[in-house]
Design a protein around this ligand. Structure first.
Ligand code: ADP
Ligand code: 5GP
Length: 217
């Protein structure tokens, strides 16, 4: 690997009210860069049709979830829509140290805890807003995965999530999916170049300095 490519991984957090497009954009980002790893959360909610244990979520009982929290194995955890959700810390540390970015689909409570964690300086947080509330409802309905009752609950909660929009580094209004994705890609590309993400810079500049001094003789 070229020295200039050496970098630390970013913790990329995507949050939004349910239905605004997080999963769609997360999927696109991973297709764009297969080296990205997705943080598979643990949850106590029941799997939806088609959801695979260990791939979409680690589906746990409440006691098993609480045990992981008590052992300090969660980077963050929260109670959302009546269920527990949390991000296991070990896979995240491993990826970041190996220079790979990790993508998180977590709510505002999770984003806040990750930002305040020991890995906080390596986070990039992005909030997605829907173009309108009727459009948000339409997207939930069109997705066709939730009952009318669950959709009603998610819509009720959406304001609670939206009201935390101003705690994020970037905010994107997800109107056109291709345009939003382009913007997201630009943000990730730029953030990877942040000084603190490039630990090899110090050595590189030292080398430049000695070459410079050699040349000056
Ligand atoms: P979330 O993960 O935030 O709950 P999803 O990614 O599942 O949301 O998106 C909800 C629904 O809206 C899906 O059916 C998805 O295909 C659709 N969708 C996502 N982004 C857009 C967009 N920009 N325009 C129209 N439909 C979208
Ligand atoms: P869903 O049940 O639709 O998969 O997720 C519901 C909400 O929980 C979404 O807002 C999602 O971002 C959030 N969520 C999923 N996993 C986690 C997690 O590990 N931690 C936190 N704090 N929120 C999560």
């Amino acid at each position: 690997m070229e020295m200039n490519d050496e970098r630390r991984g970013l913790l990329i957090i995507l949050s939004s009210p349910s239905g605004a497009g997080k999963s769609t954009l997360a999927r696109r980002l991973m297709e764009w860069d297969p080296s990205l790893s997705f943080s598979v959360s643990a949850t106590t909610r029941a799997p939806r049709p088609g959801e695979v244990d260990g791939e979409h979520y680690h589906f746990l009982s409440i006691p098993a979830f609480k045990e992981l929290v008590a052992r300090g194995e969660m980077l963050e955890h929260a109670h959302v829509f009546g269920n527990f959700y949390g991000s296991p810390a070990a896979p995240v540390r491993k990826a970041i140290d190996g220079g790979r970015d990790v993508l998180f689909d977590v709510d505002w409570q999770g984003a806040q805890q990750i930002r305040n964690s020991e890995l906080g300086r390596h986070t990039l947080s992005i909030f997605l807003l829907p173009p309108s509330i009727p459009e948000l409802r339409l997207r939930l309905e069109r997705r066709g995965q939730d009952s009318a009752e669950v959709i009603r609950k998610r819509m009720e909660k959406s304001w609670d999530e939206i009201s935390h929009w101003d705690g994020y580094d970037y905010v994107l209004v997800n109107d056109d999916i291709d345009r939003t994705f382009d913007r997201l890609r630009v943000i990730v590309t730029a953030e990877r170049m942040r000084r603190q993400q490039q630990p090899g810079l110090q050595d590189h500049v030292r080398r430049l300095q000695s070459e410079f001094e050699e040349g000056a003789k």
